[in-house]
Design a protein around this ligand. Structure first.
Ligand code: SAM
Ligand code: SF4
Length: 354
């Protein structure tokens, strides 16, 4: 079996100039309050736009943060760096046995951050209630189509029923609003978008459609293949009436639309995340931690800051805080996907945490 190498960039020298206190800020004045934590690079699906069929060179266990190391970094982020929301992701976070333990530890921090989870939903049916009890506030479940054959083709696994059961369980557990994340297939995506929106409106889930980004392990993303937000909206408009949502967008990546039927009755809303065609980097409020303890200041960053080795070398909280601040200080103005010299990061989405 061939596995695609998991590219892990080298750690760069830390830049000078980051403030020692106050919010987690970069040189453009953006403040990071939203922490994305990848708990593992492992996954039980093989979505074509994310992972190769044969999987990846998974991180060895001893390279991943232990629960104690992770909880120490979470405490530091919340109590010293001003992080107010924590999203656990992966890889697939539900394959991590200590997920509930980490959520409970995060919920015990003060000020208590909002705690959310992004999951493919496989295995969620049996865990949604326990996750809610541990302190999970909200959940995003990834689902790219409601057609069983297309689901199996996109994820390379026949698990649609498990995901649908997971969504139901999340709703029953009160993890509201349950959001559905969809990355559309270039060929069937227009039809899938319409069917997904009908499904989500009927079930009371909030659909968020994400433009496919160049973060696949095989580096085979091609701009001309990926559906743009405008193409997605055009497909939805053939079946629904969409009007701009009146609410403020803030730093939310999704542009929200109110959905009505042809009689003007309000059915719900839909969001489109135009990461590629209408980048929202100027309002980005994210900081990222990988399962092996690297801070990334952007999904598309080409450098990382190694907090794991710092922890393991006996560094005190002041030193770890300073390293995290320095990592964010040097955040680039934008992801650069649309620049002629754009280079895709070595790590695929599953090893960064989406
Ligand atoms: N396994 C979980 C899941 O699928 O929800 C969490 C990790 S996954 C990397 C997080 C999100 O990233 C998912 O919603 C997935 O659809 C999205 N994603 C993965 N690869 C992507 C890509 N190349 N472009 C855009 N979104 C992507
Ligand atoms: Fe796994 Fe999520 Fe990547 Fe799909 S998108 S392969 S579910 S990590």
């Amino acid at each position: 079996m061939t596995a695609v190498a998991l590219g892990v960039p080298s750690v760069r020298g830390l830049p000078q100039g980051a403030p020692a206190h106050g919010p987690l800020v970069d040189t453009f004045g953006r403040v990071a309050t939203d922490l994305r934590v990848s708990l593992t690079d492992l996954c039980n699906l093989r979505c074509t736009y994310c992972m190769p069929a044969e999987g990846l060179d998974w991180l060895p266990s001893d390279q991943k943060l232990s629960v104690d190391e992770l909880v120490r970094l979470l405490r530091l982020a919340v109590t010293r760096l001003g992080v107010t929301s924590v999203r656990f992701t992966g890889g697939e976070p539900l394959v991590v046995p200590h997920l509930e333990q980490v959520i409970a530890a995060t919920a015990a921090l003060r000020p208590r951050p909002e705690i959310t989870l992004t999951t493919n939903g496989v295995g969620l049916a049996g865990r949604a209630a326990a996750l809610q009890q541990a302190g999970l506030d909200r959940i995003n479940v990834s689902l790219d189509t409601v057609d069983p054959q297309r689901f199996a083709a996109i994820t390379r696994r026949d698990r649609l029923d498990a995901v649908l059961a997971g969504l139901q369980a999340a709703k029953a557990a009160g993890l509201a609003p349950v959001k559905v994340n969809a990355v559309l297939d270039p060929v069937s995506g227009r039809d899938d978008a319409v069917a997904l929106l009908r499904f989500c409106l009927a079930q009371g889930y909030q659909l968020r459609i994400i433009e496919q980004m160049p973060l696949d392990a095989g580096h085979s993303w091609r701009r001309e293949d990926a559906l743009t937000a405008d193409e997605i909206l055009a497909a939805l408009r053939r079946e629904f009436v969409l009007t701009a949502h009146p609410g403020p967008r803030g730093s939310a990546p999704a542009e929200l639309w109110q959905v009505r039927d042809s009689d003007g009755a309000l059915l719900g809303d839909v969001g489109v995340i135009a990461s590629v065609s209408h980048a929202f980097c100027a309002s980005c409020d994210r900081t990222r931690l990988t399962a092996d303890g690297q801070v990334r200041n952007c999904l598309f960053a080409r450098d990382e800051t190694d907090l794991r080795d710092l922890l393991r070398s006996g560094a005190d909280d002041d030193a770890v805080e300073a390293a995290w601040r320095a990592a964010m200080w040097s955040k680039a103005a934008g992801h650069g996907i649309n620049d002629p010299g754009f280079v895709q990061p070595d790590r695929p989405m599953s090893a960064i945490g989406g």
